[in-house]
Design a protein around this ligand. Structure first.
Ligand SMILES: Cc1cc2nc3c(=O)[nH]c(=O)nc-3n(C[C@H](O)[C@H](O)[C@H](O)COP(=O)(O)OP(=O)(O)OC[C@H]3O[C@@H](n4cnc5c(N)ncnc54)[C@H](O)[C@@H]3O)c2cc1C
Length: 321
């Protein structure tokens, strides 16, 4: 049986976890899911639809928000009870962190961001390194495989037929050391609200070329018109023009929208790592030699301060607005 950690934020599922569940289903017919904290119980129907036969709910009075070491402890206790063949999660920062705690507590290896997994003795995996610019073949020498799945290496797929996950609650024992890292409060750095970067079908992203925080008003207008959201490069978040929640890239969010508009972004490796899985990339840049051109499906060579308002006006006209 493969056990898959389903990450959630106060009961709201991280949709990327469904990719890990799909990857698990391709490896085994016996797939069970686990959530940390009672609030995660709300994901039972959805994980059932994606093929998990059981949803284990790790329960403890302190498991009310993200507590990575405590998650690790809960997962170790469940592994001792169920003895799965593998523990998988999605290779998000949170997925990697929680599984790293499990590996440390069990003194076992962990393979992060795997695009391929083959069970064996040893297990073999292909792992993304250097922001997925390099793929490494690796062997994992342990009976239990602890691994995260490279987020965009698998599309989420509903399980065939009618599937339902049985909910099983298990009580977790935690020490104060397991609770050393926990969320104390949540700040205002949460982006524009509405569509999140990870879910957006359209992202209008701006870089240094936007010129300052006020320049993003035009990007917001275009994003709203296309029912999308705004993203940005790290230069932009470092300058404080936009919140970190909007940063796309290696140290931001990895996205895969239908349409990614990159305006005034040069295409550094660390930015591309976050957007190269987009289905269509439209680049707006004054420099025809900018590295991002290599990833463009369409490119508009020009000043974004002219191009974006022109695009917005044309789309408004098409939509009769
Ligand atoms: C460990 C590490 C992690 C990192 N993580 C990330 C990350 O997650 N995300 C990220 O984005 N970066 C990340 N970076 C930073 C990255 O290396 C680049 O510095 C950054 O992406 C550059 O941002 P930019 O493209 O906005 O700026 P620049 O590289 O300065 O590019 C600006 C572009 O705008 C164009 N331009 C200028 N004016 C206009 C105009 N009027 N109209 C149209 N085009 C114009 C220019 O031709 C240029 O191509 C990371 C770096 C490190 C070392």
């Amino acid at each position: 049986m493969i056990l898959v950690l389903i990450d959630h934020d106060l009961g709201e599922i991280d949709p990327l976890s469904l990719r890990a569940l799909t990857a698990a289903r391709k490896l085994s017919e016996e797939v069970e899911a686990v959530v940390i904290g009672e609030a995660g119980r709300s994901v039972a129907d959805i994980v059932g639809n994606y093929g998990a036969k059981v949803l284990h709910v790790a329960t403890h009075a302190e498991l009310t928000d993200y507590t990575p070491a405590a998650s690790g402890r809960a997962l170790v206790q469940l592994i001792e009870k169920l003895a799965p063949q593998a523990l998988l999660a999605v290779g998000s920062p949170r997925g990697n962190e929680q599984l790293a705690h499990v590996a440390t507590m069990m003194d076992l290896p962990m393979a992060s961001e795997c695009s391929e997994i083959t069970f064996g003795k040893p297990h073999s995996v292909v792992r993304a390194r250097w922001a997925a610019n390099l793929f490494e073949d690796a062997l994992v020498h342990s009976d239990l495989l602890i691994a995260t799945v490279l987020a965009f290496s698998v599309e989420p797929e509903l399980a065939p037929g009618e599937t339902k996950a049985k909910v099983e609650v298990f009580m977790v024992e935690l020490s104060s050391a397991d609770l050393r890292v926990k969320v104390l409060s949540r700040g205002g750095d949460t982006g524009r609200g509405g569509v999140t970067l990870a879910d957006a079908k359209v992202i209008v992203s701006g870089g240094r070329g936007v010129g300052g925080p006020e320049g993003f008003a035009a990007l917001e207008e275009l994003a709203d018109l296309l029912e999308g959201t705004v993203g940005c490069s790290r230069v932009v978040t470092s300058a404080g023009w936009r919140p970190h929640a909007e940063q796309v890239g290696q140290t931001g969010t990895k996205v895969a929208p239908d349409l990614y508009i990159a305006a005034g972004i040069s295409g550094a490796m660390q930015h591309i790592a976050g957007c190269k899985n987009s289905k269509n990339i439209v680049v707006i840049n004054t420099d025809p030699e900018a590295p991002i051109m290599a990833y463009a499906d369409y490119a508009i060579i020009g000043d974004l301060h002219q191009v974006i308002p022109a695009l917005t006006a044309a789309i408004k006209e098409m939509k009769g607005k």
